[in-house]
Structures are given as C-alpha cells and as structure tokens.
Write a protein that binds this ligand. Sequence first.
Ligand code: MGD
Ligand code: MGD
Ligand code: SF4
Ligand code: MO
Length: 698
Amino acid sequence: MNQHAKIDIRHSTCPHDCPSACALDIEVIDGRSIGRVRGSKQQTYTAGVVCAKVARYAERIHHPDRLLYPMRRTGPKGSGQFARISWDEALDEIAARFDAAEREFGAQSVWPYYYAGTMGLVMRDGINRLSHVKKYSRFYSTICANIARVGFSIGTGKIAGVDPREMGVSDLVVIWGTNPVNTQVNVMTHAMRARKERGAKIAAVDIYNNDTVKQADIKIILRPGTDAAFACGVMHVLFREGLADRAYMDKYTDCPDELEAHLKTRTPEWASAISGVPVEEIEAFARLVGQTKRSFFRLGYGFTRSRNGAAQMHAALCIPAVTGAWQYEGGGAFFNNAAIWRFNEAVIEGHDAIDHATRWLDQSKIGRILTGDAESLKGGPPVKAMLIQNTNPMTVAPEQTLVREGFAREDLFVAVHEQFMTETAGMADIVLPATMFMEHDDLYYGGGHQHISVGAKLIDPPGECRSNHQVIQALGRRLGAVHPGFEMSPRELIDVTLQKSGHGGIEDLEADIWRDLQPDFRTSHYLDGFAHADKKFHFKADWANPPWGNPGLGPWDQMPGLPDHWTIIEEADAQHPFRLATSPSRSYLNTSFNETPGSQAREGVPTVMIHPEDAAALTIADGDAVTLGNMRGETTLTAKLFDGVRRGVLIAESIHPNKAHIGGRGINTLTGADVVAPVGGAAFHDNKVWVRKALPAA
Ligand SMILES: Nc1nc2c(c(=O)[nH]1)N[C@H]1C(S)=C(S)[C@@H](COP(=O)(O)OP(=O)(O)OC[C@H]3O[C@@H](n4cnc5c(=O)[nH]c(N)nc54)[C@H](O)[C@@H]3O)O[C@H]1N2
Ligand SMILES: Nc1nc2c(c(=O)[nH]1)N[C@H]1C(S)=C(S)[C@@H](COP(=O)(O)OP(=O)(O)OC[C@H]3O[C@@H](n4cnc5c(=O)[nH]c(N)nc54)[C@H](O)[C@@H]3O)O[C@H]1N2
Ligand code: SF4
Ligand SMILES: [Mo]
C-alpha cells in the first residue's frame, strides 16, 4: 500500500454462516480495496473480537482465483474445461434450459438450490421468490439447524433465550455440544469475562478434547450421541440430593413429578454405562449446576448432528428448568435467537406466490434426488435443471457417492453462481461470478446474539461479478416471472422488509448502525411463562406438534417424550467398530475459506484423530495414510494420534475439498442422508466406520 493511500474505516457485518455475525470495522483503501478487518468495539456482543480468517479477509476478497466472468462448460462434466461467455449468453441459456425442462417434465423438474454462504436476507433468500413465482420445486432446508431448533423449541415453545451477553455475569458457563473457539469465537469473549471478573467456572461437554474443552475448568468427554443419558444422570442427582428447585418447577414446568419418577432408574451408574462419563464426574457436575444459581447453558449445534439429536438438545435443556437457573441473571439457556427478529420476508421470498401443492425437496437428500430416488422425489418428475447459489453440495452434502453420480448426469443442467471455482461449480454447465458482501447491500441478523444491521456496498466488484439479486432479477425477466420483488433494488427490498417487520426503514437502521433487539429480562428468562399455550416449560416433548419445521419426518413416533437416551444412533458393530464425527475446523468455515492461503496453511491436509491405543492395535502410526469406510463409501486421509479422543471414536475436522483427500473422495462420502426425526436434518457426527491402513496406491 502506498504512503498516500486514503484509508476509511467503514462498518459492515460478517455475512458468513456463523452465529456470531460479527460487527466489523473495515479499512477501505482509496475506495477500491480493503485492508484489515477488525471486530467493532462498540457493538456489545462482538466486543472488538473477530476470528482470524475474517481479520485477513483481504486475501479472500482480492484473491487471484476469484471468478470474474460467466463461463460455459466446453469439456465433459467435471473436466474443468470452461470458456468465457457474456452475461446475456449465460442468462439466455439458463432461461432456455429451464423453460425446456418445464415444457418436457413440468415446472417441478426445476430445483433452485441454495444455502447460507451469505446470511444476508436479500442475497440468500431471493432465490425462493423465483421458485415460488415459477412453481418450481420448493427447497426444504435441513442441512444445518432443524434438529437443534426443534429440540430447543419443543421445551421452551420458541427459539430464543437468555441474552448471550449474560454469560459475562454468570458463575458457571456450560458450553455444550459447540466448539466456539473454532466456530463462534465471541462466546469465549463473554465466558472469559465471567471467569476473569467473577471467578466463574467454564464447563465444556463434548466428545473430544477440542480447543474449547482445553480452555474449560470442567471437561466432560462423552461418547457421541449419549448426551441425553448424561443429562438424565445429572437430573437424577439433582432430584436425589435436593438440588431441584421445586417451587420453580411447580410454577413454570409441565410435569415435574412425572419427570422425577421417570428419572428414578436413570441413575449416574446407568448414565455412566451409556455415556462413558465416570459416575463421580456426573455427580460432581450435577452438584455444581445444582449449587450455582447463575448457570448459563450455551447449547450448540454439534450435539444435535445425530439421529437422536433433537432429543439430546431437549434433554440438556431440561437441566436449567430443574435447577430453576432461568430465574437468575446470568442463568438459563441459549441456543439461537431466531424468534426475536420477526422478519417478514414476504417480498424477498414472494410468499403470495407460494403454491402449497408444489412439492418441496429435502436439501440434505440431494444425492438421492439427483439419482432418481422416487421416495425423495415424492413420486414427482426427475430434477432436470438447477440454479445453485451460496452453497457447495459437491463437498458439504451427505452421501457424496450419490451426489457425485447425480451431478455427473449428462441430462441434468446445472448453473452455479459462485465466488470461486468450488467443486460444485466444477460440475456446472454454466458458471456465474458472484459479488462478495462488501460489494453489495444486504440485511443481516445475528443468530448467536441480538443485533440486526445493514451491510452496505463498500467497493466495486472485480471483473463482471454480479450479486445474487441481479441474477435472480435477470432470470425472472427472461422467464416471465412477475412479482414486485423482481423490480426492486436490494436497498428497496431491505427497506420494505424492515417496514413490514415493524423495524422502521432502512435509513433508521443505518442511522443506528445496528440495533439491539434483545427482549427485556422477564421475557428472555421466560419469567412470565414459556412460549407454549400452557405457558410451561415442557419436560414432556410433544414431538408430533413441533413449534418449528415440517413435522412427521423420520421415525418421529419412536422419540422419547420425557428426556431419555434414544438408541437410534448408528452404533458401532463388528464390521464398523468405530464412531466418526466430522467436527468443524477452525480456519475453514464449511468449505468457505478453502481457497485462502492463511486457512490452507493452518489446516494442512485432511486428518483423522485416533486414540494411540486404537492406532497401535491396528499398527497405524502417526502420519500414516488410513482409509475409513462404511456402507456409504470410503475416504482416505492422514492419521493423527491423539489421546484427547476416546477409544473407538474418530474425529475428522472438516470440511476439506474432496480433492485434498488421498484418492479424491471427501469426508461426506461416509455421512448419511437418512432423515433425522422429527423435522428432518443430517446426522453429520453420527457415523459408524471401519478403519485400516491405506493400501499402497496401485
Ligand atoms: N471455523 C468454523 N466456524 C464455523 C463453521 C465451520 O465449519 N468452521 N461452521 C459454521 C456453521 S454452518 C455452524 S452451523 C456452526 C456450528 O457450530 P457448533 O455449534 O460449534 O457445532 P459443530 O461445529 O457441528 O460441533 C461442535 C462440537 O460438537 C461436538 N459434538 C459432536 N457430536 C457430539 C455429541 O454427540 N455430543 C457432544 N456433547 N458434542 C458433540 C463436536 O465434536 C464439536 O466439537 O459453526 C459455524 N462456524
Ligand atoms: N462433514 C460435515 N459436513 C457438513 C457439516 C459438518 O459439520 N460436517 N456441516 C453442515 C452445515 S452445518 C452446513 S450449514 C453446511 C454448509 O454448507 P454450504 O452452505 O455449502 O457452505 P460452504 O461450503 O461454506 O459454501 C458456501 C458457498 O457460498 C459461496 N458464497 C458466499 N457468499 C455468496 C454470495 O453472496 N453469492 C453467491 N452466489 N455465493 C456466495 C461461497 O463462496 C461458498 O462456496 O455444510 C454441512 N456439511
Ligand atoms: S467469528 Fe464468525 S461472524 Fe465473526 S468474523 Fe468470524 S466467521 Fe464472521
Ligand atoms: Mo450450519
């Protein structure tokens, strides 16, 4: 940078798929490029901290490999051979192929597919408007949050909880099934503040000694998928030792006596046999949470990525309802704030155009759908054409063997709008270059906190990049899709969305920079009752009527009503003696940042952590190539001996590109797309596998 460069500090919000949604101060150099990115000190949740990968965002936004021009495939599918074309040629071709599919197979043979590569409402969700107006197959999002959302809201009645900043005034922060040091660093800011200022303890409940557990005072390492057993053991002790708050339960919960009776047989010994956590640790944890009124349960996604994940979330959430921690500042539970924004996305998503007779297809089942599985297609036509924005299913979706086979279909037309040549873009017929967040306007909210904000365009995009909205608008015109949303600018869409949601207009929000929407103390702590019709916290989950999601999916009728260990997980067996979890790595965000040198240097090659004794029994040495396999396929990666995993458990921090794996088959070759009850989801951390030293390359 030259000495005379003019540096402005501009405000924005991190758009990545991360609960922290950090408020950012960005150095804009000469109005054209960016320098350092820092966390805003003024915004009370971000509190001046961002993760390292976004601090060095200049290497992502100014990356030499960014897609700059539309391209058409010239070689076989996946060959990587593309030639530059104009935007008009690209858009005309997409529209022609969509129309052709519609003529031959019906509108539902077109399936627009997206996810949360950007969390901005306009750029993320606008694609739904095209689907709704055109009556294309609808998209049912299941890959990430459903299991956790239903597990939490089945207890409280809605997805909201205690102000996460109250972790800073807690006496015990229980970080359960989330690894915030990697995945949402700001949780640590507030937990550490409580430790420093009040001598608070931090407890972490996980399945391996990850970077968060390493920093915790109390470390609970359980077998994957056994959190509900652990929680039941803890609650048994709370009742047995007089640590349950009966006055609170009488007033605020549905069936405390039934719960107590039910837990009589869920002793610490029972819980220990299932979870592997020693009885003394279960009892000590119970006494600590029972005696610490200000106990804050920060519940994550990780422990819900199992076939019994919703029941696990609900069981953990029952603990603060037994101790009455919800009554105290710094006590209670939090997972996500989805219920507090009340965003009305009617115009962005074209709600008036929804035809409920149109099928929805399950995001996680993309492999089965593209390979023609009739059940996944709901008996309807095959999928013949797709537009994909903000997601990389060729790497992130489960059942990769099917996903690959599907994307390789010669009769499937795929347009991918991307910032980089991802593995999904590599399979496309048409690739379109996309803007990054500092190059377009959007509206953001923080799932892990309580602020909303506008992120304005700060610099011009490189090459011919266009925003998602521009692409949807241009396709809408060519496809004859009529809706006011196609005629509006992003700023107008933000404005109408804010107005309809009761948040004033765009200029009001811009003047505020961000707005804190945390409900008052009594509401956040449910002191005037929980959000169910009976105003009670539900120990007895009514899984048939979840407050959230499309009900009745998967084996929902087998779910335990009262908190219990549900044995539906993919247990190890003689052929598959190990359990594998694919916990997120620190420097990749799903597959975003797979291209940036700083992240690549930190993550290195794909590895799998294995206990040294397990490794010894298989004559596997540190650094050996090992193959993991199950009924879904095989992948080969490098063994890392680590005594912070339990025997019989493997951890592959993810998600690396498939091509980074030896042999080119990625980690999601091993994960399943069978539907998680009761509202759908993918059990990424719930896999049985075998492991052996890799055979030498032929
Ligand atoms: N650096 C980075 N940040 C990210 C992401 C990323 O990939 N990388 N992903 C982003 C996204 S999309 C999301 S949804 C969030 C997710 O963030 P989190 O809520 O943190 O969820 P996970 O990362 O899936 O898993 C968190 C922890 O749960 C553990 N776990 C797995 N199974 C079990 C179990 O049965 N019981 C218990 N107690 N623990 C278990 C895992 O080992 C892991 O340590 O993070 C976001 N932030
Ligand atoms: N094994 C395993 N697999 C997992 C998980 C796991 O824990 N383990 N986690 C799962 C979870 S929680 C999630 S949420 C999914 C996430 O999976 P994805 O949603 O596919 O997330 P990313 O891989 O980060 O891909 C997002 C893509 O969006 C692009 N993008 C970003 N902004 C824009 C934009 O404005 N416009 C356009 N057109 N593109 C943009 C980025 O370049 C990036 O390639 O992965 C799931 N897969
Ligand atoms: S912690 Fe999450 S929200 Fe904050 S800057 Fe990093 S990726 Fe973005
Ligand atoms: Mo996610």
